[in-house]
Write a protein that binds this ligand. Structure first.
Ligand code: MRU
Length: 347
């Protein structure tokens, strides 16, 4: 494998600088690049809830930095009671989005550090922990890129869904990390779904690829089965927000439909996610809470009037049963035909 993937990774969703968390406002992409500078945990919770930052690993990392900001504030208010005063901040961060388990995973990691601290300034230790989570995510993504790309023998075309790249992670990306790595080893036909209704594919994925000099083709979500039928793609590669202990995978709405279509057409289906995305406490996909967002994210403005008879149902994730998944790729290894037994080897 050559070293192109590491060099083609120019975009960052968030970074820590000058005692602040800087978050790229993804609602404004691709037309405007604006980083907001945040100094409180409430601002970070709002940024997650309103999807300025999104993608399972990225919201976990943002929440970890949010804990640093909260601890600085609470310790400044009272060095004796800061730990108890921090609890509502942790709860607020945990509530900001429900489906991606990475958020609570990162908060739990930060809580483990908090439990070791005394009344002196907690910020250096907590910042080191948040940066550690951030750096480990990038390293995991690069490892998954290598492991996932190694499965792509005889692959000419790949379809990906949503945005799972540097914008959705600490950097490099999960599924999009595999796509980057495949591209640099010669797979040139890269397709991205538009990903309605929030358009993560159209606004984020193809923008991010273009920033890194990678050519790709955007398709309407509804063109995916047709693309498969024409034999243009051999793999569908997606990320995950939560993987249950049996391998059932919650990911962006539309993932399930892609997996059904892929199986019908003999196209293989890969899920790429760090082990932080596996929720060992959730036995199967039917126990995963699926976020429903406001109908206004889906309804054309015309129907948003008070007297309209039209409502929207807007679940933003769905669950793909493990039987439809050919491979789950993590930084600890690849599980083929995932099921409860085989996945537990990653524990
Ligand atoms: O609603 P979003 O944009 O946060 O949803 C993102 C996804 O569904 C991604 O596929 C998932 O978080 C994996 S990101 C590496």
């Amino acid at each position: 494998m050559n070293s192109i993937p590491e060099t083609r990774d120019n975009v960052r969703a968030l970074y820590w600088r000058d005692a602040s968390l800087n978050i790229l406002d993804q609602r404004q992409l691709p037309s405007t690049i604006t980083y907001h500078r945040y100094q409180t945990a409430t601002q970070v919770s709002d940024a997650i809830r309103t999807m300025q930052v999104r993608g399972a690993p990225a919201i976990g990392i943002a929440a970890a930095y949010g804990v640093v900001l909260a601890a600085r504030q609470r310790h400044g208010e009272n060095p004796q009671t800061w730990r108890a005063a921090l609890e509502p901040d942790l709860a607020e961060l945990a509530r900001s989005r429900p489906t991606a388990v990475n958020l609570c995973w990162a908060l739990e990691r930060m809580r483990q550090v908090i439990d070791t601290l005394d009344d002196s300034d907690p910020c250096p230790a907590l910042l080191a922990a948040a940066q550690g989570i951030h750096d480990a995510d990038v390293a995991a993504n690069q490892q998954m890129g290598r492991l996932g790309a190694a499965l792509l023998e005889d692959t000419r075309g790949i379809l990906t869904h949503c945005n799972t790249g540097s914008l959705a992670t600490g950097g490099f990306g999960t599924a999009l990390g595999v796509v980057r790595t495949a591209y640099s080893s010669g797979v040139r036909n890269l397709y991205a779904t538009e990903t309605r209704p929030w358009l993560q594919g159209a606004r984020l994925t193809v923008w991010e690829l273009e920033q890194d000099g990678i050519a790709a083709t955007l398709i309407a979500d509804s063109a995916a089965a047709c693309l498969m039928r024409q034999g243009q793609v051999q793999w569908v590669i997606v990320g995950a927000d939560r993987i249950a202990a049996n391998g059932d995978t919650a990911n962006k709405i539309g993932t399930y439909a892609l997996a059904v279509a892929a199986r019908h057409h003999g196209v293989r289906f890969m899920v790429v996610a760090p082990t932080a995305t596996i929720d060992w406490n959730t036995p199967a996909g039917n126990a995963i809470e699926i976020e429903e967002r406001a109908g206004s994210e889906l309804l054309p403005e015309y129907y948003q009037r008070e007297d309209s008879l039209i409502r929207a149902w807007n679940p933003v994730f769905d669950v793909t049963p493990h039987e439809l998944i050919d491979a789950i790729v993590t930084e600890r290894g690849v599980v083929l035909n995932p099921a409860r037994e085989s996945l537990s080897s990653l524990r």
